[in-house]
Design a protein around this ligand. Structure first.
Ligand code: PEP
Ligand code: MG
Length: 596
């Protein structure tokens, strides 16, 4: 922990109030006023009330419809700007608002004497009941669309501001129990300075987005309600996990100093932008960026990524109400690859399930979604959707350097099927004269320990491997990556994790296959030091971490790192490893997420 943070924590402890500790997940310091994201108002709170003036109730309703439509359009534009997806995302909601029969039903209830809120409730609940009896999951989902839109109109009738389209007029720290990736996209704005959650997971996709937005975030904060009130001034330290409510001047001063120090450090790191990530004795690791949104391309340039090691395609899918068409996907991937300006882009096919659910996909009820129908298993079953995505990626490959990556592989037969789909789609494009890159490299993600055991066989069919540490850790250690209760067991420096990753890299090297490590552990300096020792070819991480890791690699001697790795491999647990690496890398001054 950095000196200034220790000092700040000690001072706050002396004050014995206003200090909360959580788990740091997105680094940096935020200052702003607390704003609780309220649970949205529900229809169960609406009771019958008589309309005093029918004409004015109808005009209230119409005004609420108009405001709701404006909100949706703003939100859709926001999502479009960042994800590159078209406005289809909110089409269903806009259509519901424009649907005359929906509005007329509510007006009819008002004419019968109900106030606008109750009339709305009656109409919405009728629709919800109607759709909930449908066999088809797509139609059942339409019921929840109507309910969502109904709640939005209700909020506007009651004069509540829309949460996701809210414009903060001053620096704000959002506080919530949890937040979905799509809500976070909607809330993103200059005045959103920090996020504090009482729940959340270290490698949840909201956290991954917060990092790419460079918004400090602390999760797993308990007793928040007792300490933080709406509008309280907060300092959120996403590097140490400390949250200060109404901090005394001495803490504020400490953070002013810390900010100046950090700015200085960043300036120094900025000078590394165009240098190689090469150890003192000449071993070079290519440092790539993980991205999920079109807007992340700015960060790729800002932090000087060598390549895009992971483009998670599911974010744009999550932001929609139905599967994007082949053309929509093609245009998006083309924009990404053109925006990458010559560096390679590894596009990962859809990786849903686990904690990423598409509202328009019918999921089975599962006891353990992470061990169930997720990722490549979904794609291989919904092969029309999978082939559509493959075609879109192939077509985009004519416009830049694309590599295709398949997630969560556990079987050779999965790879064989994927290759046969790829071959079929390639020959059909060829027949139609549609250009694509015939030399496109094919990669698989190694995220399951079982796949490591058959890696030599999997490698026959592919060109490269990408290690997804976020999942590999949860499957190696049997720890749900999003479960706060067992978060302390989720440990990238567990000896089993390190030796599993070592196995993957060694097998790839032996078979002359390129290997990259792309989970969040790649940006953990202690892990990155060990991954250097292992001689991985590439690391890929949230773009803002690239300069820090580059600096570390450039200060490292590979021969020393190898000696350290050999000692680490004999150690019993991660606390021994952490304290050893802490002594070895005293000047790195990094606060490790695993330390919290
Ligand atoms: C991983 O599992 O490490 C990974 C990069 O994939 P995701 O975080 O999207 O599951
Ligand atoms: Mg994964």
């Amino acid at each position: 922990m950095e000196e200034v943070e220790i000092h700040a924590e000690k001072t706050a402890r002396k004050e014995k109030k206003g200090l909360i500790r959580g788990m740091p997940v997105s680094p940096g310091v935020a200052e702003g006023h607390a704003h609780y994201l309220g649970e949205s108002i529900g229809f169960d709170q609406i009771e019958y009330d008589e309309a005093e003036d029918i004409v004015s109730e109808i005009s209230r309703l119409k005004a609420a419809f108009a405001r709701s439509q404006e909100e949706i359009i703003t939100l859709a534009k926001h999502v479009k700007d960042m994800s590159g997806q078209d406005e289809a995302i909110m089409d269903v909601q806009v259509m519901s608002l424009q649907d005359r029969s929906f509005k007329n039903k509510i007006i009819a209830h008002i004419k019968e004497g109900s106030c606008a809120e109750y009339a709305l409730k009656k109409a919405v609940l009728k629709y919800v009941e109607f759709f909930s009896n449908m066999e088809d999951s797509y139609l059942r989902e339409r019921g929840s669309d109507i309910e969502d839109i109904g709640k939005r109109v209700l909020r506007n009738l009651l004069g509540y501001e829309g949460q996701e389209t809210r414009q903060f007029t001053r620096k704000t720290v959002v506080i919530a129990s949890d937040i979905s990736p799509i809500d976070l996209i909607g809330l993103r704005q200059d005045n959103l300075k920090g996020i504090v959650l009482s729940r959340g997971g270290k490698t949840s996709h909201a956290v991954i987005l917060a990092k790419s937005f460079e918004i400090p975030m602390v999760i797993g904060v308990r007793d928040m309600l007792d300490i933080v009130k709406e509008n309280d001034f907060l300092i959120v330290d996403g590097t140490s996990g400390l949250v200060f409510s109404k901090p005394p001047q001495v803490i504020i001063d400490e953070y002013v100093r810390l900010k100046a120090e950090k700015a200085h450090k960043l300036q120094r790191l900025d000078a590394l932008r165009d240098l190689e990530a090469k150890t003192k004795d000449g071993y070079e690791i290519k440092l790539g960026a993980n991205i999920g949104l079109l807007s992340d391309l700015e960060l790729v340039k800002k932090y000087g990524a060598d390549h895009i090691g992971l483009y998670r395609t599911e974010f744009p899918f999550l932001a929609r109400k139905e599967f994007p068409s082949e053309e929509e996907q093609f245009l998006l991937y083309k924009k990404i690859v053109e925006g990458a300006e010559g560096i390679s882009v590894t596009i990962r096919t859809l990786d849903v399930g686990g904690d990423k659910f598409l509202s328009y996909l019918d999921y089975p009820r599962e006891q353990n979604p992470y061990l169930g129908w997720r990722s490549i298993r979904v794609s291989l079953e919904l092969d029309d959707i999978f082939r559509t995505q493959i075609r879109a990626i192939l077509k985009a490959s004519a416009f830049g350097h694309i590599k295709i990556l398949f997630p969560m592989i556990t079987l050779v037969s999965e790879v064989k099927r994927i290759i046969s789909f790829l071959d079929e789609e390639k020959s059909s494009l060829k027949k139609r004269g549609v250009p694509f890159d015939a030399t496109l490299n094919i990669g698989i993600m190694i995220e399951v320990p079982g796949a490591v055991k058959i890696l030599d066989r999997l490698l026959h069919y592919i060109n490269f491997v990408s290690v997804g540490t976020n999942d590999l850790i949860q499957y190696t250690l049997a720890v749900d990556r999003n479960n706060q209760k067992v978060a302390s067991l989720y440990d990238p420096l567990h000896p089993a994790v390190i030796s599993t990753i070592l196995d993957v890299v060694s097998i790839c090297k032996k078979n002359n296959k390129e290997v990259s490590i792309c989970g969040e552990a790649a940006s953990n300096p202690y892990c990155a030091y060990l991954f250097t020792a292992i001689e991985t070819d590439k690391l890929s991480m949230n773009p803002a971490s690239i300069p820090v890791i580059k600096d570390l690699i450039r200060k490292t001697r590979l021969t020393d790192a190898k000696k350290a790795l050999n000692r680490v491999l004999l150690m019993e647990d991660s606390s021994e490893i952490t304290s050893y690496l802490g002594k070895l890398l005293p000047n790195s001054k990094f606060k490790l997420i695993s330390e919290s």
